[in-house]
Design a protein around this ligand. Sequence first.
Ligand code: GDP
Ligand code: MG
Length: 214
Amino acid sequence: MASKTWDYIAKIVMIGDSACGKSSLTIRLTDNTFNEVHDVTIAAEIGSKIVPVDEGVFIKLQIWDTAGQEHYRAVTRSYFRNATGCLLVYDVTRRETFEHVQEWLADLRAQADPEISVLLVGNKCDLADSQRQVSVAEAREWAAANGLMDFVETSAKTGDRVEEAYLQVAREIYYKIKGGRFDLADKAHGIKINQAKYQGGLAADDAGAGRRCC
Ligand code: GDP
Ligand code: MG
């Protein structure tokens, strides 16, 4: 899949409290591996993967894996700028990480593109039911009430639904590109188009249909 040519590049940010599995999800997607040891992310790291979003159409996800700790928050916020997709991650076995998603979402929405697609991700669903502190119903309800695109439970450890989660965000971004909801002419934007492939033609025209004026 990595040899495929991308049509668009989209900036995705991983946010949420420390140790929820943001780095593990990113590594599971990009390298298909898992590490039991928690390597604290310093400020942010970038991973990338080219994923299919339609027949013959590929998006390169540029994934900004941010640090969750409070002392990096100011830095983390600056990474939100121009992001068009987000995995908002909590740990299903630690209730406080779910209680903080509201705060993370507010921070994100203050900085990111107004059209950002946010997926709520409850990670570590492989752990025993007795350790669970957040129910599926509660998380789903919160995601809907807060205008998120969807909610999914994942396990970076087993790989359960990890690729699907990123793919869902990528597809949603592609629908928005097709619907002209991003101004692709804006260089500061989180979406980059493959000029060599489209030469300002097809894709740019597609996206221009309903373009915002400001
Ligand atoms: P981050 O701070 O949000 O980037 O979290 P990390 O990816 O560094 O993960 C924190 C800890 O949780 C590490 O010890 C991981 O091995 C562990 N972890 C991450 N994802 C999972 C998961 O899906 N299941 C289990 N059981 N442990 C996980
Ligand atoms: Mg990390």
